[in-house]
Design a protein around this ligand. Sequence first.
Ligand code: SAM
Length: 307
Amino acid sequence: MGVTADASSLTAVRPEKLEILDVLWANGPDGARLPVRRDDAVERLRASDQPGAAALVQAMPAHGGVLDEDAVDATFLAVHLELARLSEFVHVPQRMAQSLRPVVDRLRDSGEGPVRIVDLGCGIGYDTRILAATGALGDGVEYVGLDFNSLLVDAATRLAALEEIPVTFLVGDALDSSLSMEDPDRTVVVSSGVLHHLGRDNLQPFFAQTANSGVAAFAHFDVNPGLWADVGAWVLHHTRMREPVSRHDGSMSMKRAFTTEDLLTYASAGCGRAYHLRCDKVTNLYPRPEQIVRPVLGLRRDLGGAP
Ligand SMILES: C[S@@+](CC[C@H](N)C(=O)[O-])C[C@H]1O[C@@H](n2cnc3c(N)ncnc32)[C@H](O)[C@@H]1O
């Protein structure tokens, strides 16, 4: 019998707001990129009561009603480069390494062959490129990044080649239930800033899919909502980012982020039988920029004690 999330224990569902990049990209059922009609993108933002965001998209160039692909690509790349700079500023890869290192060490000591880190929703691959380049997780670790946005995967691949960093980037949907992991016993699935993009309805199935894939562990990092995160994020996005879309989406990601309680509820409903879970509640009484993201961690129960 499946475990379902108990709705009474979840934070009241706020109306789903959108990030602008979410409405500028569409994939067909085969994963191929589809043209996006400007009116459709604008209408989605208006329907979710975001007139300022709708105005930004309305101002983008279009041909025959379809958004100009070069302009869309330039926006995506500019926003993701700014996002990488922000991740650098608040030490996201270091934070990931700190949480992942004990898990990776445990797997390294307990079996043969490389440990594989698979980064779901990798964007331009900043986190895995830094982890691989710095060797922060030690020897014998392979890195794979996956994203459903082929433009970002191409950029990540180019950057890794230029920097001579051995990370493989692939196009794929993190919610695809047929997604399988090559060597699950030696695989740790991670993500950063992605859970809130998946949508509330998809979280429990996403964690259930993790259990089906049988990976050894997971660590999904996302922003920790709360007063200081909201204030701090607004200040960070307005002082360190120039792109209006970055500023909008950065602030919106704080509003969309899940509370620690919600993450634990969805994770335990989706995979709690198979995984020890942990998601620390980070105090918001005073600002802690290094805690702007925190992980929900899972370690397969047969692999030992809680993470
Ligand atoms: C806020 S960005 C974070 C990118 C990167 N992890 C980072 O921290 O810089 C969210 C990323 O998740 C990707 N994404 C969202 N939903 C996805 C899905 N279902 N499958 C794969 N990628 C997804 C988006 O394309 C985007 O690159």
